[in-house]
Design a protein around this ligand. Structure first.
Ligand code: AMP
Length: 293
């Protein structure tokens, strides 16, 4: 009993567009049309939030661009899961799975994990979300081969990406940010030694449990039970290697998505709130709806 959209799959009977519940075949409150608003090429890109189950988004940017933080905020705002591929890989390593054992030697040296391993991991995670579910992926794709694998996977499900957000941050800002970065290795929470230090008694922004000081100077989220710390691959020489890899890898990926008309460039400098507002604007959501699942 849902609308067919040419994919052969039924869409939910009502979608939230411009923050208003809308039923197909009734005039849309914003457009007056009985059809879903059609994609537009200007600043307003209604289709990105109107995708059934939520938009399917990719966030691209250098390490330290704030992808994780922004992806989490976007996920909360739109009610879609945040798929953080770096954290998924680290979880496999910690769990000692065969995939984790293979990935570990690349992770430890700041090198990209082979496409075949990462594609398998991402497909498993996205496949588990259920049919037609929106998502925001961060840390993937990191090669054109990965971008193509993601497209193939989505096509098999009758889907495509809604938009690709490209966070632009200069290298010197990245090195500065990462030098002071502190993370929770379990839930992926990100802090900064001076700009945003973790504090005992406050809630972790990622897992929402209380942060405790378990030994002098040692903080951890209550639920995660592992100390907040610097990531081994945030050391300056490894950051430089990661940035070099990033610049090499990102160019063809950006062209790939630009050709598909999916790319949205976003200035990633400035405060977290400023960047988040720019991301919403790039999605045509400047005054947009909250969409909690
Ligand atoms: P991140 O948490 O995104 O900074 O990723 C940390 C490390 O995980 C990287 O240095 C790579 O070794 C690995 N990694 C994360 N995402 C990918 C990916 N899409 N493809 C290959 N390796 C990845």
């Amino acid at each position: 009993n849902g609308r067919r959209d040419g994919t052969g799959l039924a869409t939910p009977v009502a979608e939230r567009i411009h923050g208003v519940r809308w039923r197909p075949h009734e005039p849309h409150p914003a457009t007056g049309s009985p059809e879903a608003p059609t994609p537009r090429t200007g600043r307003q890109r209604v289709e990105t939030v109107a995708a059934p189950g939520g938009p399917r988004l990719v966030l691209i940017g250098p390490p330290g661009a704030g992808k994780g933080t922004q992806a989490r905020r976007l996920a909360a705002k739109l009610g879609i899961p945040h798929v953080d591929v770096g954290s998924l890989l680290r979880a496999e390593v910690r769990a000692g799975t065969p995939l984790g054992q293979e990935a570990e030697r690349f992770l430890a040296r700041g090198l990209l994990v082979p496409d075949e391993l990462v594609n398998r991991l991402v497909e498993r995670r996205l496949g588990a979300l259920g049919p037609r579910r929106g998502f925001v992926v961060d840390g993937y794709p990191r090669s054109v081969a990965q971008a193509e694998a993601l497209d193939r996977f989505l096509r098999r499900e009758g889907l495509r990406l809604s938009a690709v957000l490209h966070l632009r941050v200069p290298d010197e800002v990245v090195v500065d940010r990462l030098a002071g970065r502190i993370v929770c290795p379990d839930c992926g929470a990100v802090f900064h030694r001076t700009a945003n230090p973790p504090r005992a008694g406050e809630r972790c922004p990622a897992c929402h449990t209380i942060i405790r000081e378990v030994a002098p100077g040692v903080l951890q989220c209550e639920a995660c039970g592992r100390p907040l710390r610097r990531r081994p691959d945030d050391q300056p020489e490894i950051v430089r290697r990661r940035l070099a890899i990033y610049h090499q890898e990102v160019k063809p990926i950006l062209s790939y998505y630009r050709q598909q008309g999916l790319l949205r460039d976003v200035d990633g400098e400035g405060s977290e709130d400023e960047v988040f507002r720019r991301i919403l604007a790039a999605l045509g959501l400047a005054d947009g709806p909250s969409r909690r699942a």
